[in-house]
Write a protein that binds this ligand. Structure first.
Ligand code: PHE
Length: 452
């Protein structure tokens, strides 16, 4: 049997898969996450506001969209996990081994993402129990919580247990159902906060900062950061979209799904900016960034607002939902791998991979502003190392693998993606030349080899 027909045999419909709307909602759920709400505003305010946003849009459309379509096509064409899909389509074991890197990447990201997801759960519960209506020093509260050790570990366990439970229930009965309930909830919470943000006294100033570009503030470094963030935000380079693609039937248009995910991610980033910048300008808190922005500055701002407790609670629920729908997509990557590779039941795979992520995540929870913060190796804590190695090394590497695979190795990529000849050629050009060059540049830059 030729390699190609062997690949064709694998493309039967999956036993458990997404429905049409369930797939689009779940893919949007994966891409919309802490990246949009926490990483994006911070990067935007540190890199020239609106000009950075514009660059991010360009990266999302020019590199992110073609790459997303490539990942989904590899998944649906290969009908395997994040490693075996590559092997099924190429007939070469080596490609499967390369794909395995993204399985590791998602375990590493899951470990620290689970920690921050735990923080969002804690803040949701605290906000609704009146924490935001009290006069509190929010920075100290944040540090006291993360520094307590058992607090962040407990909430990390809660976040991981929830994620594990959803993944263990499968695709149609777990992940899809969860996203179908939560994503519309996310939209409602977002709209309430958007209306509130736009009526604040600093709205005009905040919006101008966010949407009126000042190109003099852009540096070559911001271009690279914008691209890196487009990757993170679309959940690319970590096998997530390859894994989800394997659960999609042939009647679904991957092009439509890719546009919907990119559009949803962009819209969410836009609305998040329209909530966060007016709020921080109104309360004079625009200088903060990073973890502080969401967990310190916003509680302080909500405290000062009428109905702050409710709005703040709504905000943290929104953040927790966004984080959880991304977390389930991350955990599904090693779970799908373990089910296929070792023939484990879904429950066993979900429980054991969660246990691995928890084991790696506990030192992460203790070292991010926690009691182990002092253990620094080469300038980074354990938490920072997980984040750094996954986001800056494994993720670009995984992305590069996808572009090279769909651009050079897998000859039927454009057919699976159902692209017409002209679009197929443009797509191939991006995958073969543009995307790899840009990814290598980011990689060299983040590894400190290339200085700008
Ligand atoms: N896209 C998610 C976010 O923006 C993060 C993520 C990365 C999810 C990789 C899945 C895989 O938060």
């Amino acid at each position: 049997m030729s390699k190609l027909s062997k690949a064709k045999v694998q493309t039967a419909e999956p036993a458990d898969g997404f429905s049409k709307s369930g797939f689009i909602l779940s893919a949007i759920g994966s891409s919309v996450g802490l990246g949009n709400m926490w990483r994006f505003p911070y990067l935007t305010s540190g890199n020239g506001g609106a000009a950075f946003f514009l660059l991010f849009i360009i990266c999302l459309l020019v590199i992110g969209l073609p790459l997303l379509l490539a990942e989904l096509s590899i998944g649906r064409g290969g009908r395997g996990n994040a490693a075996s899909s590559f092997q099924n389509l190429s007939g070469k074991k080596a490609w499967g081994l390369f794909g395995l890197i993204s399985v590791f990447g998602s375990v590493i990201i899951m470990s620290f993402y689970g920690v921050v997801t735990g923080w969002t759960l804690y803040y949701t519960v605290r906000s609704f129990s009146g924490f935001l209506s009290r006069q509190t020093a929010y920075a100290e509260t944040f540090r006291a919580f993360t520094g307590s050790g058992y607090g962040p570990v407990f909430w990390q366990l809660a976040a991981m247990a929830l994620t594990c439970w959803v993944v263990a229930r499968g695709i149609s009965g777990g992940i899809e159902k969860f996203n179908k309930v939560l994503i519309p909830g996310l939209v409602v919470a977002l709209l309430v906060l958007l209306v509130n943000g736009l009526t604040l006294s600093g709205a005009k100033e905040g919006i101008e900062y966010f949407l009126k570009p000042d190109f003099s503030k852009l540096t070559p470094e911001s271009a690279l950061l914008a691209l890196g963030h487009a990757f993170f935000s679309l959940s690319l380079g970590m096998g997530t979209m390859v894994t989800y693609g394997a659960y999609v039937n042939k009647r679904q248009s991957l092009k439509t799904a890719s546009f919907a995910v990119v559009g949803g991610d962009l819209l969410y980033a836009l609305i998040a900016g329209l909530i966060i910048f007016p709020t921080s300008f109104t309360y004079g808190l625009q200088s903060e960034g990073g973890p502080g922005l969401v967990f310190i500055v916003l509680p302080a701002a909500f405290h000062a607002m009428p109905f702050g407790s409710v709005l703040g609670g709504l905000f943290f629920i929104l953040l927790a939902i966004a984080a959880l729908t991304s977390a389930v997509s991350m955990l599904e990557v090693p779970v799908a791998y373990a089910i296929e590779k070792w023939r484990w039941s879904r429950t066993k795979a979900a429980v054991l991979t969660t246990a691995v992520c928890v084991c790696l995540g506990i030192p992460a929870a203790l070292s991010a502003e926690g009691p182990w913060k002092g253990y620094v190796w080469l300038g980074r804590t354990f938490f920072d190392w997980l984040d750094y190695s996954a986001s800056n090394i494994l993720l670009p590497f995984g992305g590069l693998l996808v572009t090279l695979f769909a651009g050079y190795v897998w000859k039927h990529a454009a057919e699976e993606a159902e692209l017409r000849p002209l679009w197929g050629r443009i797509w191939r050009f991006v995958l073969r030349y543009l995307a790899p060059v840009v990814i290598v540049l980011i990689f060299l830059y983040s590894a400190g080899i290339l200085k700008l």
